[in-house]
Design a protein around this ligand. Structure first.
Ligand SMILES: [Zn+2]
Ligand SMILES: [Zn+2]
Length: 137
């Protein structure tokens, strides 16, 4: 899939791990973006070398990439590069991607609730899923 930031200074091509979107309700995402974050995991992400992207280390293990011209939020990734997500709002032609999961539901404020039928995971469940060594190939 293709995507871009709001001003167009950053364009990219991404291959999604699966054609769906997950929402994160964590305090960090909401503080950063003004609301819950919608993102898709990618298996590859091609960015122009000169793309004006800066990365902010939002925790000791992860960082968030944004366009330095317009501020659009684009990327959440593990610092070691082992896991990369693209913020769904930056994707072109993504209107049909279903919302299948919600994470950090224990940090979700009472302000809103999605009507979508999703798999809901607490922060502890997410961390446990990340920490479990996978035997999958
Ligand atoms: Zn931009
Ligand atoms: Zn989050």
């Amino acid at each position: 899939m293709t995507g871009s930031c709001l001003c167009g200074a950053v364009t990219f091509t991404a291959t999604l791990e699966a054609p769906h979107i997950e929402a994160c309700h964590c305090t960090t995402c909401r503080k950063w973006g003004g609301g819950p974050a919608f993102a898709s995991t990618v298996t590859s992400l091609d960015l122009p070398e000169d793309a004006p992207i800066a990365y902010f280390a939002s925790s000791d293990h992860a960082e968030r990439g944004f366009c330095t011209v317009c501020g659009t939020h684009l990327i959440w990734r593990m610092k070691d590069g082992s896991f990369v997500t693209i913020f769904a709002g930056s994707l072109d032609n993504a209107d049909d991607l279903p919302l299948t999961g919600e994470i950090y539901v224990d940090e979700q404020p009472a302000t809103y609730a999605f009507a979508n039928d999703t798999r809901r995971m607490t922060g502890a469940e997410v961390i446990a899923a990340f920490s479990t060594p996978s035997e999958d190939t």
